[in-house]
Design a protein around this ligand. Sequence first.
Ligand SMILES: Nc1ncnc2c1ncn2[C@@H]1O[C@H](COP(=O)(O)OP(=O)(O)O)[C@@H](O)[C@H]1O
Ligand SMILES: O=C(O)C1=C[C@@H](OP(=O)(O)O)[C@@H](O)[C@H](O)C1
Ligand SMILES: [Mg+2]
Length: 202
Amino acid sequence: MAEGADHRGLTSTATRGLILHKTIVFVGMMGAGKTAVGRTLAQQLGVVFRDSDHEIEEAAQHTIAEIFARDGEPFFRRKETQIIERLLDGRPGVLSTGGGAFLSEYNRRMMSEKGVSVWLDAGLDLLWERVRHKDTRPLLKTPDPKGTLKTLYEARVPVYRLADLTVRSEPGMSLDAMARRVTQALLAERPDVLENPGRPLP
Ligand SMILES: Nc1ncnc2c1ncn2[C@@H]1O[C@H](COP(=O)(O)OP(=O)(O)O)[C@@H](O)[C@H]1O
Ligand SMILES: O=C(O)C1=C[C@@H](OP(=O)(O)O)[C@@H](O)[C@H](O)C1
Ligand SMILES: [Mg+2]
């Protein structure tokens, strides 16, 4: 039997016996924990983890900040769409996207058709605490980064609400606990995406 295949020939069998049928795609604001929670969830489920920002940096051999400065945001967005499209064609796993990826209607459709979009919903104060000491996010290189984050937050939240699933991130919740919360939400609401073979589909 092929690695990762179960007795029904499905791929990406989880280490704890859960079966992932579609890629879990994290969306949401910068600092929400998409990269960190995504990596943790992939480890828990025993599936491949990918981060679109990381893949863009690898392909370009430049950091996100350098790509923004050198080639501009529209170039970055085109690369982002290409990378997400490619990654969604691979075997089911966990894909963390950058905070702006879900704003594109084309990306949103692709994510929901080929995967399941999960909004990591964190409040503005928590987001600011997490991003304020890092200078890796070019969109926050403004004279008033906290105000910029708030403006982005208010403009983007209505779009993030379009995600297939919302999981709330509370201050003080560990990465493990967050990842388990995502698993529970998927099992409860999207058994077509994450199946517990111990419990047959309704
Ligand atoms: N639940 C959490 N508990 C502790 N630290 C977290 C949690 N979620 C995110 N972080 C930390 O916050 C920072 C931003 O998280 P990151 O995963 O990079 O967010 P995003 O990819 O959504 O921008 C990182 O330093 C990360 O380790
Ligand atoms: O919100 C955004 O538009 C962006 C978020 C970043 O990713 P994270 O959300 O992982 O920080 C990165 O893609 C880029 O700096 C643009
Ligand atoms: Mg990230």
